[in-house]
Structures are given as C-alpha cells and as structure tokens.
Design a protein. Structure first.
Lengths: 396, 370
C-alpha cells in the first residue's frame, strides 16, 4: 500500500558541486587558468620567435628616421622625419577621408532615403535600384573600380577634362583653385563665429518667447540670414581679402592650385556611395517607424504639413536614425582602411604597411593601429550610449 | 398603395471611369506627372536614365563582344566579355589541378543541395540537415578539397583560388563564427563576472577594429604565436582571423535575439527543474535563433562581401584572380570588364541572400503591422 512518506527528506546543503555559488566560482577559476595558460604559451612562443629573428621589442623604433616619402601630407613631413611622424600623417589622412566620406554619405544617403519614399514612382524605383546595387557589391570592388577603371582611365594632364575652367580632372587626380587669404581675412571667420553664437542665442530667446506668449518667430530663416549674411558683409566690407590661385598648365603638369590625389578621390567616392546606400535604408526605416497615428493626430489638430514633419515626424524618426547612423559612420571610418588596396596613404597603408615592412616591429605597429580604431569606436559607442539613455522612450 | 415617384425603380448604367485616370496614360498621370514638381522630377530622372543607364546597357550588352577565345575577338566598341570567358575556368577553380577539379564540383553540388534544403521552407528533417551542414559537410569538404588521403592527390591551399576560394572562406567563416557567436552571446549574458567580462572584451575588441588590420595581424603576428618550426598555412591564418572577427558580430546578433525572449520562458524552465544547458538548448536558443535568422543572413552577406579583402594579404580569391588577369600582357586594358564582372558575381550572391532574408522576415512576422 502506498502511503505518504512520514520522513521528510534531509535538509542538508547537498554536495558542494550542487551549490550554484561554488560552481560559478569553480567554472570561473578553471576558465581563468585555461586562459592564463594559453596566453602564457603564446607570449612564451612570441618571445622565443622574436629572439630567434633578432627583433627588439619596444617603441624605440618610433624615433628612427623614416626615409620614405608620402604623397599626401597634411602637416610638415619629409623623408627625414621619424617613424612616429608617419603614424601622425597616416592618422590625419585617415581622418581626412573619413570626414569627407561622412559628409558626402550623409547628404547622398538622406536624399536617396527620402527619394525611396517619394510618391513619384520613377524616383522611388531609381532610389531602390541605387540602394540594392551598391549595398550588394563589396566595397573593395567598388574602390578598385573607381580607381582603376574610372580615374586611372582619365586623360593625361595635357588633355585634362575641365569643369568651369577651374576644376581639372586627369590621371593624376583633380586640380582645383587654391584660396589664399590676404591681409584682413581673419575678420571673416570671427564674424562667422559671432553670427553662429548670435543665432543660437536668438533661438533660445525665440523658444522662451514662444513658451510664454505662444507666438512663434521664424527662427530658421532669421538664423540662416545671420549665419550667412554677417560673415558675407564683413568679407565684402574688408575688401574681399581672398585670392583664388587658378591652376595653370605649364609644361606637362599644372602649376598652382590644389592637387587632389586620384587615390583620395576614388576612396572618397566609393566610401560615400557605398555607405550612402546603408544610410538611405536607415533614413527610410526611421521615417517609416513613426507610427501612422502620430501624423494622423497631427492632421486632426490641423497642424500644417511642414510643422508635422518638423516637430512630429523628424524628432521621432531621429531616435531610430541616429544610433544606426553612428554605427554606419564607425563602419565608414573602419572601411577607410581599405585605402591600402589602392595606395592612399592612410594609417594602415603608411604605418601598418611601409613602416612595418621597414622596421619589422609587427606587434607594436599592429597594436598601435588597432588601438587607434578601438579608441575611436569605443569613444563613439560610449557617447552613443549616453545619447540613447537620454532619448530613451520613457514608458511605465 | 401609391407609387412613389421620388424613387428610381431600375438601375442606371454605370458611368465609365474618367478618361484621365485609366490605362497607361492614367497611370503616368497618377504616378509621374501629378503636379508640377513631380513632373519636373520625372523628366529629370528620365534624362538621367538616358544619360547614364542607357550608355551602360549599350556598352555592356548591345555593343559587347561575347564570342571568341582571343583578344582579336574584341571589336572595341563595347565591353569585351571574351576577357572573362577565356579565363572562366581559372576564375572558378583558381590554380586547382585540372585532373582534380571534379572534387571541387562535388563539394559545390553538395553545398548547393544543403543550402537549398535549408532555405526552402517545408523540407523535412531540417534540424538534422543543419547539423550535418555544420559538422559532417565541412569534414567531407576538407578531405575532398585538400586530399592527401583515400587515394586522392594532395592539393596545397596555395593552388586554391577564384570562386572556389571565395566560397570556402565564406562557408568556413559562417560555420565557424555561428557556434562561437552563440557561446559568446551566452557568455555575455552570464551572471559570472569573469566569464561576462572576457566575452565583452572579446566582442568589443573585434567589433572595434577593421577587418584589414585583423588580416594583417593574422598574417604577420600569428606566425609569431606558434613554435618557430611549425609551418602555419596562410589560408588557415586568414580563416582564423575571419572567424574570430565575424563571431563577434554574430554574437551581437544572437544576443539581440536572446534579449527578445521573455524572462518567463527561462523562469518556466527553472520551475520545471531544468538545468541551465537544458533551458538554453531546448527553450531559449531555438526561439532566439529563429527570431534572428534575418540578422544572421545579413551578417553572412557582410561576411561574404568582405571575403574579397583577403586579396590584400595575397590570397587569390575571385576578385584577386580577376585582378591577376588584368596584368596579363595579352589582355591589358580590360579593367572595366573585370571589375564589372566581379561586381556582378558578388551582387548576384548578396542580392539573393538579402531577398531571402526579407522573405524570411515576412514569413516570421505574423504580428499586426500597418
């Protein structure tokens, strides 16, 4: 006969390995040991290998003379400069192409993203084709295409293609007029700074005024007039102190003007066009993510279309757009390292390429290069997390 | 009863729709020329298409040369695809010995069958096929491609190239990074601080650096890590780098799926007395992985596109083989054809994958959406 047990099970602590806290400790200790052994083994091998190859570790090599030329230097550099300087030059070139790419990709991306939602059938289809084409072709193929199939196929400097007789395109890149500031030019940037500050103050004033009286001022128009108008007036009053040095054909090449490397142009084109395809999708999904009820509610309050867009749709779409956009910007910065495939002198090509080949300090150089990208990524993701925490939808 | 003349007793004929809103003309009016701004936009787009797309089509299709085996077949008016067809074998197989190419064909066919089996909904025993794709297939493919046993001739990885190498890298990348990504994602959600810390550092490190530096690291630093006399295959080094790099991205995709599974699922498992691995393997992961199939496919698309980067460390993938062909002195000046062909091949693979991922998303999305 089955009877309920009269003795309760013993309420001991059970065997040690059943205790979750103890088990967690053991697992972590074992993991730590395994990792320590693996890392120790790798370090041991590395030290042996370095010794066998006669490579001295340390960052002393940064003081050595570089002895090679770099085609594009944003700050003073000669082949007598140090290896440390090549790091700076490479980093600046990476930042230059990234900044140019981010600006262009954002503009193209927004235009294409909005075009995809256009009621115009043809425009929307064209934007879709753009996105689907460039998103699905590897960036490296695009870079090589622009460089070798387009820019390298341009005519020699003598037969340059010209645009307004100011911009010239040839196999050596693009030549454009070089602005040279004369005496008294420094007033204009100051005027611009003052105008921006003034516009911000005016915006704050208008906001407070609207909050207290309910009357809105045309902030955007007045702000734009301030920012553009004031520097322009100062510039004209001081007698237009800016001279454009026009490129002139002398002998076999152009004299004067700024020469932009074809490598920079190709990389810039490819990065912007490729990233813009992703940004377009982000913009589209951001706008579509704003629930239809929001626009309907605005319409039933009889808000004009422009205000609905500016005050209701865009702020909410931005919450979706901005985090994804930053990750695209980070991708663009990381992708700019593909420069090494066409020889644009960026951080990877110059420092992790030429400098590494000359010095053989693989570990230090790769670590420094990776550290640069890591610092950029981690800083941006940290800022992004702050932004996300601030704009998080406050719910229950 | 009186007849009420206010009501009509018979139906009136339906009126025809206004002429302006029907047919081709109506469609044009409604979609392209409704209002002055739209009309201008349409005209600009049409002009743009005429200026850009038409000349490209003319170059690539209408004026192109398709037949022939030598350079003489190129008339020079449009694209000369003879450049591609003359070296098509190399583009597909690389420098793989001709007598052994049937082995590559078998692996290709097997891969195609497995992928089709997994991708087409409704095929039976998906779980076992998936398991085979992740375990049995790589082993079979390894013995077939490398050779050296079962009486097959040994083919060093130096001889691998072209589309075959691209697919190898892509498949090894996904097969390696998926399980690693799952482990990392679980580790990142672990309550053990050391395990979690290691996983966070690992993931954020790989996500923070460009793949190029990873490949550089794999090619110059990995040989330093192993005992000096050990010969470390170049392809293997690249594969290790690619696997680690993409496992970090995969981990974040899977983590987003794990986060989407309600807490109640885990708690219910605990209430039934299931162990951690039973809860994870039988309850959480099947749901989470199904949710993130589109994300996994998207990661795979990125991985596939980025296989082209191995050309920088000197492996001959599809793109590198075509580039090598461009330096052939018999075939100088065909870089446009070469890059357009490479772009087209990558595009076909990536576009079909992205379509598939959208299709799955629609299939899985059974919620209410406007």
């Amino acid at each position: 006969m089955l009877r309920p047990s009269t003795t309760l099970p013993r309420r001991g602590r059970g065997p040690l390995w059943r205790n979750p806290a103890v088990r967690a400790l053991i697992i972590q200790a074992v993991l730590f040991l395994v990792l320590a052994i693996v890392v120790g083994y790798l370090v041991h091998n590395t030290l042996l290998n370095l010794e066998a190859r006669g490579i001295h570790t340390g960052f002393g090599f940064l003081e050595g003379r570089a002895g090679f030329a770099i085609p594009q230097t944003l700050v003073e550099y000669t082949s007598d400069s140090t290896y440390g300087k090549t790091f700076v030059i490479g980093l600046l070139n990476t930042l230059l192409v990234s900044a140019l790419g981010i600006v262009a990709a954002t503009i193209i991306g927004f235009m294409v993203g909005i075009a995809r939602l256009s009621p115009n059938w043809l425009l929307a289809r064209l934007a879709t084709i753009y996105v689907e084409t460039f998103r699905n072709i590897p960036l490296l193929v695009q870079i090589l295409f622009w460089y070798y199939a387009v820019l390298r196929a341009l005519p020699s400097p003598r037969q340059s293609l010209s645009l307004f007789d100011a911009f010239f395109f040839n196999v050596r890149g693009m030549v454009m007029p070089d602005p040279q500031p004369l005496d008294g030019f420094s007033a204009t940037p100051w005027a611009l700074l003052l105008a921006v500050v003034g516009a911000i103050l005016f915006g704050l004033f208008a906001k407070r005024r609207q909050a207290s009286t309910g009357q809105a001022l045309p902030v955007y128009w007045i702000g734009a007039c301030l920012v553009i108008g004031v520097p322009l007036i100062v510039f004209l009053v001081t007698g237009s102190p800016l001279e454009w040095v026009m490129p002139k054909m002398t002998g076999f090449n152009f004299r004067g003007g700024i020469n932009i490397l074809p490598e920079l142009l190709a990389l810039w084109l490819a990065l912007s066009i490729y990233t813009a395809a992703f940004i377009a999708e982000i913009v589209r999904s951001g706008i579509l993510s704003v629930s239809h009820g929001q626009t309907e509610a605005a319409r039933s309050l009889s808000l004009p279309e422009a205000i609905t867009l500016r005050k209701i749709v865009i702020p909410q779409a931005m919450r979706v757009i901005i985090p994804q956009m930053t990750s695209q910007y980070l991708n663009l910065i990381k992708n700019s390292s593909l420069a090494t495939a066409i020889g644009y002198p960026d951080l990877v090509a110059v420092f992790a390429g030429t400098t590494l080949n000359q010095t053989g300090q693989a570990i230090e150089i790769i670590a420094m290069t990776m550290a640069v990208y890591l610092v950029i990524s981690l800083t941006v993701s940290f800022l992004m997390n702050l932004y996300n925490a601030r704009t998080l939808l406050k719910e229950r | 009863m009186t007849t009420d003349s206010t009501f009509r007793t018979e139906m009136i004929e339906a009126r025809e729709a206004p002429n302006q809103s029907r047919g081709v003309l109506g469609w044009f009016r409604a979609n392209l020329f409704n209002g002055p701004i739209n009309s201008i936009v349409s005209i600009v787009v049409i002009l743009l298409l005429a200026r850009l797309v038409w000349p490209f089509l003319e170059w690539a299709v209408i004026d192109a040369d398709w037949i022939g085996t030598t350079r003489d077949a190129c008339t020079g008016e449009g694209a000369c695809w003879v450049f591609i067809s003359a070296r098509f074998e190399t583009i597909v197989y690389g420098f793989y010995p001709e007598a052994a190419r049937w082995r590559v064909d078998i692996v290709f066919a097997l891969l195609a069958i497995l992928v089709a089996w997994l991708a087409i909904p409704g095929t039976p025993r998906k779980k076992w096929v998936a398991l085979f794709t992740l375990t049995g297939f790589p082993i079979i493919a390894y013995f077939l491609l490398v050779g050296g046993s079962f009486g097959l001739e040994y083919v060093p990885t130096r001889a691998w190239g072209g589309l075959m190498l691209t697919l190898t890298i892509a498949v090894v990348g996904i097969v390696g990074s998926l399980p690693l990504g799952i482990i990392l994602a679980l580790g990142r959600r672990s309550k053990m601080p050391f395990v979690k810390g290691i996983c966070v550092i690992f993931i954020e490190f790989w996500r923070g650096v460009p793949l190029i530096t990873v490949l550089f690291m794999a090619s110059v630093m990995l040989p330093l890590f192993v005992p000096g006399n050990l010969d470390f295959d170049k392809l293997l080094r690249a594969l290790i780098g690619i696997m680690f790099f993409w496992s970090a991205y995969m981990a974040e995709v899977i983590r987003s799926g794990l986060q989407a599974i309600g807490k109640g699922q885990n708690e219910a498992g605990q209430a039934l007395g299931l162990s951690y691995w039973h809860r994870t393997g039988l309850i959480i992961l099947p749901q989470a992985l199904k949710l993130v199939i589109p994300g996994i496919v998207n990661t795979f698309i990125s991985l596939f596109k980025d296989t082209s980067l191995v050309l920088i460390i000197g492996l001959f993938d599809l793109l590198a083989i075509i580039r090598a062909g461009l330096t052939d002195s018999n075939w100088l000046g065909f870089s446009t054809e070469g890059y357009v062909f490479a772009a087209a091949v990558f595009w076909i693979f990536c576009f079909s994958m992205s379509r598939y991922s959208q299709y799955i998303e629609r299939r899985l999305n059974t919620g209410h959406k406007r």
